[in-house]
Write a protein that binds this ligand. Structure first.
Ligand SMILES: Cc1cc2nc3c(=O)[nH]c(=O)nc-3n(C[C@H](O)[C@H](O)[C@H](O)COP(=O)(O)OP(=O)(O)OC[C@H]3O[C@@H](n4cnc5c(N)ncnc54)[C@H](O)[C@@H]3O)c2cc1C
Length: 557
């Protein structure tokens, strides 16, 4: 194998507990230094929570794992302060093409509308993602303990107690709250005797990361039954450092050890490339996939996130993407509960909202996997008929499913939303992930999404910031002093003197995307989802919507 990447080794240090100090109680312990644990830990630090992050290893993800990070995830990474290196190093793309044999039968564009900071997807090897996230976590003040393996967890009413093994011995610690991000096998899930249900797909995939010079466009290409790999599927993605990810479907009967041998892999790749260009193998592995989830992501003070809570097949890139969205949903709620500003019930809404997300991901991933790897004769006949028809009939193209890619969840069924009481058009319904738009801040080009997140915000739309009614300015300013503060943000077509922070929507895209009229107000959650909106806002309605969005249901009226 040819290594293009040198795996960072992070330093282990003997924990203070091993020097005889008493068992310590930490406000928050996160288990697992994968993308999800890192996202949770960084977010917690950004909310001012001291975080201890434990990992049994001392390096980043090894081998062929996560690759495609969706626009919504990139926006969260931006909020966490590590979006730029990911976007700079990765390969941005929006277009996917699906071929049946040699013919293109379907294509999609993940970003039909322009005017957003981030593209539909960025492809980047998971080891780079984690490296950048570790750098950010350390800068944010996360206490990371490498080679600290959690070997036992006991859940109590008001804390969790843990036993941790290190190279220098074992120690105990306690946590007021535990966020469990220890991956698909989740030893902690087993330690707590919790179940995860779902199904394994009876197929195997050879995944090769191949280093080569090629001029393939930055697009996703998927083949059904290509001449170079008959009766099976193949997927091609471009990654950073001239590495290409190629997935070959092998079938259930394939022998994983045989298939990984270079003498088997190299001819497959040569047949696909169809020429004698040089390449070398960076990493080769054979995978099977499963779709499953825990029924509940909250167990008292133990909160499960990422692969520990739910898993999908990689067709659709929904694994790390959805896990990072879990962290985004969880940490602001946990902060409010820790501060005594919201009831524990708010944490149940984490499980409800992200459970809905997991169901949506599993549904999409299962449909894609069933189409790609049909098992029964009937489903295979249907699949092949769709592919045949798609060559000539546009309606059949919509049924071709080579993986519907990760999209953000619309939390439209959430108990935290305040339903509309006035008419609005467009997508920005209560529960929606908030759309981006190009704006100006202090005369400089900026993005709306970068102005959002981390706290509740009131987005007030008006024509002329200088003419914003003074009474409204004062009322919105007053919301900053509330028990759960709301930060005002004025979105104006024209700049002008105003006591509040103003972004200028010169192109009118923010107005369009939010179906805003002068006087419209959106209440944004700390995770950049819409909580409520009004054409004629009143402070009492905003306060009630914040109460609802924080599960303080008794204080709503
Ligand atoms: C072939 C393939 C392709 C994929 N492609 C994509 C993609 O394109 N996009 C996407 O979003 N996702 C993709 N995924 C999924 C993605 O890799 C996972 O969803 C993601 O890594 C989950 O992150 P996590 O933090 O939940 O868990 P993990 O990344 O598994 O991290 C868990 C961490 O917990 C640590 N740990 C485990 N046990 C203990 C313990 N007892 N004590 C302390 N630490 C412990 C582990 O060492 C590890 O660091 C792909 C996966 C595969 C296999």
């Amino acid at each position: 194998m040819h290594e293009t990447y040198t795996y960072s080794k992070f330093p282990y240090a003997a924990p203070p507990e091993l020097n005889g100090s008493a068992t310590q109680r930490h406000p928050l312990v996160v288990i697992g230094c994968g993308p999800v644990g890192l996202a949770a830990a960084i977010d917690a630090r950004q909310h001012g929570i001291p975080v201890l992050l434990l990992d049994d290893d001392d390096t980043v993800s090894v081998g062929s794992r996560g690759l495609c990070y969706a626009k919504r995830t990139l926006e969260i990474l931006d909020r966490l302060g590590c979006g730029d290196p990911v976007a700079a190093k990765g390969v941005s793309w929006d277009v996917g093409r699906t071929f049946f044999r040699n013919e293109e039968v379907f294509n999609f564009n993940l970003r039909p509308q322009t005017g957003s900071k981030r593209p539909g997807m960025v492809n980047l090897q998971q080891y780079y993602l984690e490296e950048y996230m570790v750098e950010r976590a350390l800068a944010a003040g996360v206490d990371i303990r490498w080679r600290n393996k959690v070997v036992s967890v006991q859940a109590h009413d008001d804390h969790a107690s843990l036993q941790v093994d290190t190279p220098d011995g074992s120690y105990a610690l306690e946590a007021d709250w535990l966020v469990v991000c220890d991956g698909a096998r989740s030893p902690v899930r087993t330690m707590l005797g919790l179940d995860i249900d779902g199904k394994v797909f009876m197929d195997r995939f050879l995944i090769a990361d191949v280093l080569m010079k090629a001029d393939f466009p930055a697009e996703r290409w998927f083949w059904f039954d290509p001449p170079f790999h008959p009766n099976q599927s193949v997927l091609l993605h471009r990654e950073a450092d001239d590495v290409y990810r190629i997935d070959f479907q092998l079938g259930w009967d394939a022998d994983p050890e045989e298939e990984k041998k270079p003498e088997k892999v190299i001819p497959r790749i040569q047949a696909m490339l169809g020429d004698d260009r040089e390449f070398s193998l960076e990493w080769v592995s054979v995978y099977t996939f499963q779709c499953r989830r825990m029924k509940d992501f909250r167990h008292g003070r133990c909160l499960f996130a990422g692969d520990a809570a739910h898993q999908v097949s990689p067709f659709g890139a929904r694994g790390a993407n959805s896990g990072i969205q879990d962290a985004d949903n969880l940490i602001w709620k946990l902060k409010l509960v820790m501060d005594g500003k919201a009831p524990f019930r708010l944490l149940d809404t984490y499980s409800e909202e992200r459970g809905d997300g997991a169901d949506e991901n599993i549904l999409n991933s299962t449909r894609s996997t069933d189409f790609i790897t049909p098992k029964g004769t009937v489903s295979k006949t249907f699949r092949n008929a769709v592919l045949e028809l798609s060559r000539t009939l546009p309606f059949a193209r919509k049924l071709v499913n080579s993986g519907r890619l990760s999209v953000p969840c619309f939390l439209t069924g959430s108990a935290l939303n305040t339903p509309d009481c006035e008419a609005f058009d467009g997508d920005m319904v209560p529960g929606a992930p908030m759309d981006d738009a190009p704006v100006e801040v202090h005369g400089q080009p900026a993005w709306l999404i970068d102005q959002l997140g981390g706290r509740f915000q009131a987005l007030y739309f008006c024509d002329d910031a200088g003419a914003m009614p003074e009474a409204m300015q004062m009322q919105l300013q007053g919301l900053r002093e509330a028990a759960i503060p709301v930060e005002p943000l004025v979105i104006a077509r024209k700049p002008g003197a105003c006591a509040l922070k103003v972004v200028v929507d010169r192109q009118g895209l923010a107005f369009d995307r939010y179906d805003a009229k002068p006087g419209t107000l959106y209440l944004a959650r700390p995770d950049q989802h819409v909580a409520a909106r009004w054409r004629e806002p009143e402070v009492s309605r905003i306060v009630a919507a914040v109460a609802r969005a924080t599960a303080n249901f008794a204080q709503e009226h």
